[in-house]
Design a protein around this ligand. Structure first.
Ligand code: ATP
Ligand code: MG
Length: 334
């Protein structure tokens, strides 16, 4: 058990993040306040050096998980154990000190770069904030990292973001995120705004940086092909819950949860003549304000039974895999 504990960088227990809905001041003090239950009781681990993928439809709570793990949001409840410190319970200076171990890379590199800051200064900024090195040491470090991300420093150090291509901007953002050698990086849809031809280069760069600097990633994406390429394990989210977690190979070979099956069926097949079995979800993803009773996926699930509308399934071990679905009750497949 202790040995297992040592392999976990992050251990998340019963994490919740609810956003209160804006209401008129008359209702503000009522006990019946409504919440967006964006993250609704998640427990999972992230091992040292792994890339855990987080996939699921828009609005399922992926970004909120990433932001809450690194305390850009305060959790409503639960624990985020990071090297024996519960990030959910700290604030002020203790949180500031821990923050240098985390970074987040966002979808839109242009929006996350200051248009008036030159590339070299932008990349060196986290070193300055965390008082790492003197001016010339910081500059040397920026030169090194620019070389690592494939942007020759002589050419790029003094450029402004507007004079870069989308792929080059994302390289700058990655360089800035990894320059302090953080322990944990949340990469949120980092290739979504890039041309398909550039995507694989950026994924390769993320893998290179991970191997060289010993990073651990939470890789959030809509793009299952990218997840398949980069992730060691994948967690599937539906309406604030994780419905399945498995090794990437296993989840693509044999998805267990009906929702995962639907997601996998949406991955384009290289051979257009090849027929895939399509599971079409009926209806729209429900609102995270009025979450369906029982299994929250039951209104759209082709296999739903009466139990599914009444009892919420737990994420549990099914032949060595973790899945939250009544189809697998009694530890076996139906
Ligand atoms: N600051 C906030 N205040 C209120 N509601 C929020 C806030 N941030 C997120 N939400 C809501 O929480 C839910 C989950 O949002 P989130 O952005 O985490 O989903 P996502 O899975 O990342 O979606 P996408 O794939 O579109 O990026 C959504 O219903 C969203 O509207
Ligand atoms: Mg998101």
């Amino acid at each position: 058990m202790d040995q297992e504990k040592q392999t976990q960088l992050l251990s998340v227990r019963n994490l919740k993040k609810y956003f209160p809905l804006k209401v008129s001041w008359l209702k503000a003090f009522s006990k019946e306040r409504s919440y967006v239950r964006a993250v609704d009781d998640l427990s999972f681990e992230i091992k040292y050096g792994e890339t855990l993928g987080l996939v699921g439809e828009s609005g399922s709570g992926k970004t909120t998980v990433g932001r809450t793990l690194i305390r850009l949001e305060s959790p409503t409840d639960g624990h985020i154990l990071f090297e024996d410190v519960d990030l959910a319970k700290i604030s002020g200076e203790s949180l500031r000190v821990k923050r240098q171990h985390f970074q987040m890379i966002f979808q839109d590199p242009m929006a996350s770069l200051n248009p008036y800051m030159r590339v070299g200064n932008a990349i060196g900024h986290p070193l300055k904030i965390h008082h790492i090195g003197n001016k010339s040491e910081r500059k040397m470090h920026v030169y090194e990292i620019l070389n690592k991300v494939g942007l020759p420093p002589e050419e790029f150090y003094n450029r402004f973001p507007r004079h870069l291509s989308g792929g080059q901007r994302q390289r700058v953002v990655i360089a800035r995120a990894v320059i302090t050698s953080p322990k944990f990086v949340v990469a949120d849809e980092v290739t979504a705004m890039l041309d398909v031809s550039i995507r694989s280069q950026i994924l390769k760069l993320l893998i290179e940086m991970k191997n060289e600097l010993g990073l651990t990633y939470l890789f959030i994406t809509h793009d299952l092909a990218s997840a398949k390429y980069i992730c060691d394990r994948i967690a599937v989210m539906y309406l604030g819950k994780i419905v399945e977690i498995a090794k990437t190979y296993d989840i693509f070979k044999e998805p267990l949860h009906p929702y995962t099956k639907i997601l996998m069926a949406s991955v384009p097949v290289p051979d257009p003549k090849m027929k895939t079995k399509k599971f079409i979800p009926t209806g729209e993803i429900p609102s995270p304000i009025n979450i369906p009773s029982g299994c929250r996926f039951h209104p759209r699930c082709p296999y739903a039974t009466k139990t599914c509308s009444k009892i919420e399934p737990e994420l549990k071990d099914v032949n060595g895999r973790l899945v939250a679905c009544h189809l697998y009750d009694q530890n076996g497949k139906n």
